[in-house]
Write a protein that binds this ligand. Structure first.
Ligand code: URP
Ligand code: ZN
Ligand code: ZN
Length: 468
């Protein structure tokens, strides 16, 4: 079976070219001069005239079905990966969870059981370590060696749940330095935050906005700097700061990178577009829709502006979503009268490609940087390159035909995520995901869905291309 994507502008991290993309089976086999491809008779033609042809998006940070705060994220691997496909994402890297006290491999098998046979697109896992001890350190080696899991998330936040102390973090970093894995860090000082939360509740400050006020930017910056220092002590263990939201944290990352350190970071669309005042501070309980950690930051400070700059300068390497949706009804509502009981998370796996394309329209990013931050760098960072993340011969034929003349209006009435609201209700994007191709199969075209549950494959990942 051959498929020709014809007439489009192929966008990669280093430039654009007018080229037709020839696909055979699941792979890209050639980028052809349009004059030459006129001589070919493929089985199927996808017209991309006037459109961009980009590698399928890779969302390196999702939480399908994550148990949190007495409930679980509302997207299953079925609904969440289908929504991702609609939005031009053809690979996710989800976080398998070792609950505190659980054997790491048991946590991993439980995650495989949730995902297997349910995914519409290809998927891989990072591993959350809910407890660092001798057994889990040995398990890290086994996962890197045998399971294709080469990155481990630790939490400086959420004491009593996922939290690791500095000694545990250091030991995990030393192990990662030895086996080549990446340590991913939720960098917020959870111990200090818990004090602020208790004080706020004692004053009767229970509305959702206090979720943000009790997680100040300074405590993200402090934890980020501490993680960077611990990684230095662990002989420059590769460190990746997740969901970075604050200018001070970005400064710490930039300083480490200027010093040549193995430090990387991602941000998420919510920190580029949404704010403490306008969303988290919405009247009544409405702000619960935007409770996530790290929290949305103040529009009166320069966080969002600095994050866009960080994306341009590569101090922020990747945009992921941290997709962790909860419905308002019965889920976010668990925190009525006590913001600390609102399950943390925002859903957005469907909108990342569009929302970051809007950054191109707004003059924040180049086309090439758009592709790099949503597809190419995630593939390189997490050991999926060049199978994924690039439109090139030999790579999987994961392609998005993106229409710069289309528009997308985001809202709960049209999205495909299993959420009863949209975090971006009414936002209009000056661009549109058209056709989506996953391993050579057209799964979205002309506003219709052609994919199916179970076609997505588990990807065993290699070590990061950025490892030194
Ligand atoms: N980010 C968030 O609010 N929820 C998901 C869990 C995490 O990434 O910390
Ligand atoms: Zn986190
Ligand atoms: Zn997360």
């Amino acid at each position: 079976m051959t498929l020709l994507v014809k007439g489009g502008t192929v966008v990669g991290p280093t430039g654009t070219q007018l080229a037709d993309v020839l696909v055979q089976g699941e792979k890209i086999v050639a980028l052809l001069d349009p004059l030459f491809s006129a001589t070919i008779t493929p089985d199927e033609v996808v017209d991309a005239t006037g459109k961009y042809v980009i590698p399928g998006g890779i969302d390196a940070h999702t939480h399908m079905e994550l148990p949190f705060g007495g409930t679980a994220a509302s997207d299953t691997f079925d609904t969440g990966t289908r929504a991702a496909a609609w939005g031009g994402t053809t690979t996710i890297i989800d976080f398998a969870v070792q609950k505190t006290g659980e054997v790491v491999q048991d946590g991993l098998q439980a995650w495989h059981a949730k995902a297997e046979g349910n995914c519409h697109i290809d998927y891989a896992f990072h591993m959350i370590l809910g407890g660092v001890d001798g057994d889990s350190l040995k398990a890290m080696d086994a996962l890197v060696r045998d399971e294709g899991i080469t990155s481990f998330k630790l939490f400086m936040a959420y004491p009593g749940v996922f939290y690791s102390d500095d000694g545990q973090i250091l030991r995990a970093m030393q192990t990662a330095r030895e086996n080549g894995a990446m340590i991913m860090m939720h960098a917020e000082n959870g111990i200090a935050i818990d004090v602020l939360i208790q004080q706020a509740l004692a004053r009767g400050e229970t509305d959702p906005i206090y979720h943000g006020i009790t997680r100040p930017a300074a405590l993200e910056a402090e934890a980020t700097s501490r993680a960077i220092a611990l990684a230095e002590v662990a002989k420059d263990c590769p460190l990746y700061i997740v969901h970075l939201s604050a200018s001070g944290a970005l400064e710490a990352v930039a300083k480490a990178r200027d010093a040549g350190r193995n430090v990387f970071a991602e941000t998420c669309p919510q920190y580029l577009y949404l704010t403490l005042e306008d969303q988290l501070g919405a009247p009544g309980f409405e702000g619960a829709k935007w409770v996530c950690s790290t929290p949305l930051r103040s529009k009166h400070e320069s966080h969002a502006k600095d994050l866009w700059k960080g994306l341009r300068s590569n101090d922020l390497a990747i945009v992921s979503t941290d997709h962790c949706p909860f419905c308002m009804k019965d889920q976010k509502e668990l925190g009525l009268g006590d913001f600390s009981k609102i399950p943390n998370g925002i859903g957005g796996v469907e909108h990342r490609v569009d929302l970051i394309y809007q950054g191109v329209v707004d003059g924040q990013l180049s086309l090439e940087r758009w592709v790099e931050t949503i597809a190419t760098t995630p593939a390189r960072m997490f050991g999926l390159y060049p199978q994924k993340g690039i439109v090139a011969p030999g790579s999987d034929a994961d392609l998005v035909i993106y229409d710069p003349n289309g528009t997308t209006r985001i809202g709960v009435g049209t999205h495909h995520m299993n959420m009863d609201y949209s975090a971006y209700e009414g936002v209009e994007i000056q661009g549109r995901v058209g056709t989506v191709i996953s391993r050579g199969e057209v799964i979205v075209a002309d506003g219709n869905y052609h994919g199916r549950k179970g076609r997505g494959r588990y990807l065993k990942r290699g070590l990061s291309s950025y490892l030194v």
